[in-house]
Design a binder for this molecule. Structure first.
Ligand code: SPV
Ligand code: MG
Length: 431
C-alpha cells in the first residue's frame, strides 16, 4: 500500500485537516507528523496545548495509521526516514514564506519519484473562528505573560524587536522570512524607552510617563499575541516601582528591565558624553527585592540591567553587580555596551557563566551589531533585543518622502516607492 505523509502544526483539528485526511486515504495509508514546539514557533503561532496533547489529538483522528514527530520545519529528515510515496498539503503553501517548505518537499520527493498532492485550503467561517479563538487565547494576559519564560526554555536564543505602536506591533507579530532553507520570525517585543519617546518627539529621559507608556503597551497588545519585554528605565522611586510591577504584570507583560542608574537618566548610547549616575549596588538590590515581593505570579520577570560598561566602570564592577542583583532576586541580567566590538560583552558572558549557568542573560547589540545570534547563543546569551532598528528605518524613509513632495510640488515622484493603497488598507485585520 502506498504511504502518504502530512505534517500538522495545529492546536485544533478543524474541517480543513479532516479534508486532508479524507483526501489522503484515497492514495494509501496516512502517516501524520506532529511538528515539534521548537520548529512550530519559528514560523507559526506559539502552541496553546502541549506537544503530547497534539500527538494524542492527532492519534484520535479516524483513518490515521501512524503518528510521528517532525522535529524540523524542512522535511529532509522525515522524508529520508519514511520515504512516502505522497506528501499531501493544503495549497496555501504556494505563497511565501511557506513556499520554501513546498520547494524543499518537491526537491526531496523528486529524488525518488514521490509526488505532492495539493488540496484546496479550506477557507470557511468555522476555520476562521478557530483561528481567531487561538489568537485571542494567546493574547490573554495569563497566556502571554508566561510565554517569555517558555521561550527561553525552547529557543537557543529569543529574538525580540522594538515596537512602539500598533503598527510596529503588527510587523513584529506577522513578519516571517524564508532564507537559506529556514523560516524565522521574532519571538518577542521590546517596548523601548528610546523609541516610545522618539515616536512622541520627546527625549529619552523618563519624561514620557507611565500612563503614556501603558497606553503604548495597550496599543501593541490590542493587535498582537507575542510576549512583551518592557523597558522600565531606572524603575523610578522604589515606592512607585512596586505599583508599576503590579500594573505590568496584570496587563500581561512578561518582563520589565530596569537599569542601575539614578537621577536624571539619559540614553545609554550617549555613554560618558553626558552626565549619568549609577545607582549603588545596595539601593538597586532594594529595588529588585521590592519588585519581586509584590509580584503575584511566577511568570513575571524583573531583569536587572547593568550600566558599568556603558559608564566605563570596568568589568569587575559589572560582574560584581550581576552576582549581587541575582542574589537580590533578579530573574535575568541585561549587560549593555556601546563598543563597536562585542569583545567586552563576550568577556562578561564567559565570566558570568563560569559561576552562573542558569540566569537568563539579555543583550542589545545596537553598537556591536556584527555579532550573530548563533554567536551570542554560544556565549550563553538567552535574549537578543533589536532595540531601535524599526524606528531608525522608518524615520529616514518618511523624511525623504516629505522632502520629495516639497521639492516636486506633487506626490507622483514618490509613489513608486510607497506601499500601495490597496496594500495599506488590507494590512489591518478586521474582526
Ligand atoms: C532603549 O531601547 O530604550 C534602551 C536600549 O534602553 S538603549 O537605547 O541602547 O539604551
Ligand atoms: Mg531605554
Amino acid at each position: 500500500m502506498a504511504v502518504v505523509y502530512t505534517c500538522f502544526c495545529t492546536d485544533v483539528i478543524h474541517e480543513g485537516h479532516l479534508n486532508i485526511v479524507k483526501e489522503a486515504k484515497k492514495y494509501g495509508e496516512l502517516i501524520i507528523g506532529v511538528l515539534s514546539d521548537r520548529a512550530m514557533i519559528k514560523f507559526n503561532r506559539f502552541p496553546t496545548v502541549t506537544f503530547e496533547e497534539r500527538v494524542e489529538m492527532i492519534k484520535n483522528i479516524d483513518g490515521v495509521s501512524r503518528v510521528v514527530t517532525q522535529n524540523e520545519i524542512m522535511y529532509d529528515n522525515i522524508i529520508n526516514s519514511i520515504r512516502p510515496d505522497f506528501v499531501i498539503h493544503g495549497d496555501n503553501w504556494i505563497e511565501e514564506p511557506m513556499r520554501s517548505i513546498r520547494d524543499n518537499v518537491e526537491q526531496l520527493l523528486s529524488e525518488y519519484g514521490g509526488k505532492i498532492i495539493e488540496v484546496p485550503y479550506t477557507y470557511s467561517e468555522n476555520v476562521k473562528r478557530v483561528d481567531d479563538r487561538i489568537k485571542e487565547r494567546l493574547a490573554m494576559p495569563e497566556f502571554r505573560r508566561k510565554r517569555l519564560r517558555q521561550l527561553i526554555q525552547l529557543c537557543p536564543i529569543v529574538k525580540a524587536t522594538e515596537v512602539h505602536s500598533g503598527l510596529t506591533g503588527l510587523i513584529a507579530e506577522k513578519t516571517v522570512v524564508a532564507h537559506n532553507g529556514e523560516l524565522n520570525q521574532f519571538d518577542a517585543m521590546w517596548i523601548s524607552s528610546l523609541c516610545d519617546s522618539t515616536d512622541k518627539g520627546k527625549p529619552d529621559i523618563e519624561l514620557v510617563d507611565m500612563t503614556s507608556r501603558s497606553r503604548t503597551i495597550d496599543d501593541v497588545m490590542e493587535v498582537t499575541t507575542k510576549p512583551i519585554i518592557f523597558d522600565g528605565d531606572t524603575g523610578g522611586q522604589i515606592e512607585h516601582f512596586v505599583y508599576n510591577v503590579r500594573t505590568l504584570e496584570r496587563m500581561g507583560v512578561s518582563a520589565i528591565i530596569i537599569e542601575d542608574k539614578i537621577g536624571l537618566k539619559k540614553n545609554s548610547l550617549f555613554g560618558t558624553e553626558v552626565e549619568q549616575t549609577q545607582d549603588t549596588i545596595e539601593h538597586f538590590c532594594e529595588k529588585i527585592k521590592a519588585g519581586k515581593k509584590v509580584q503575584l505570579t511566577d511568570d513575571f520577570m524583573i531583569i536587572a540591567r547593568i550600566e558599568s560598561l556603558i559608564l566605563e566602570k570596568g568589568m569587575e564592577d559589572a560582574l560584581e553587580r550581576a552576582f549581587a542583583f541575582v542574589d537580590a532576586g533578579a530573574d535575568g541580567i541585561m549587560i549593555h555596551s556601546r563598543r563597536k566590538s562585542p569583545d567586552e560583552i563576550l568577556e562578561f558572558c564567559r565570566r558570568f557563566r563560569e559561576k552562573n549557568t542558569t540566569t537568563p542573560v539579555v543583550v542589545v547589540p545596537t553598537s556591536f551589531n556584527s555579532i550573530t545570534e548563533d554567536e551570542l547563543a554560544a556565549a550563553g546569551v538567552n535574549i537578543v533585543i533589536y532595540a531601535n532598528q524599526l524606528i531608525r528605518s522608518a524615520f529616514p524613509a518618511m523624511e525623504q518622502t516629505a522632502k520629495d513632495i516639497l521639492k516636486y510640488h506633487r506626490a507622483q515622484e514618490v509613489d513608486s516607492r510607497l506601499m500601495s493603497i490597496k496594500e495599506i488598507i488590507s494590512l489591518i485585520d478586521t474582526l
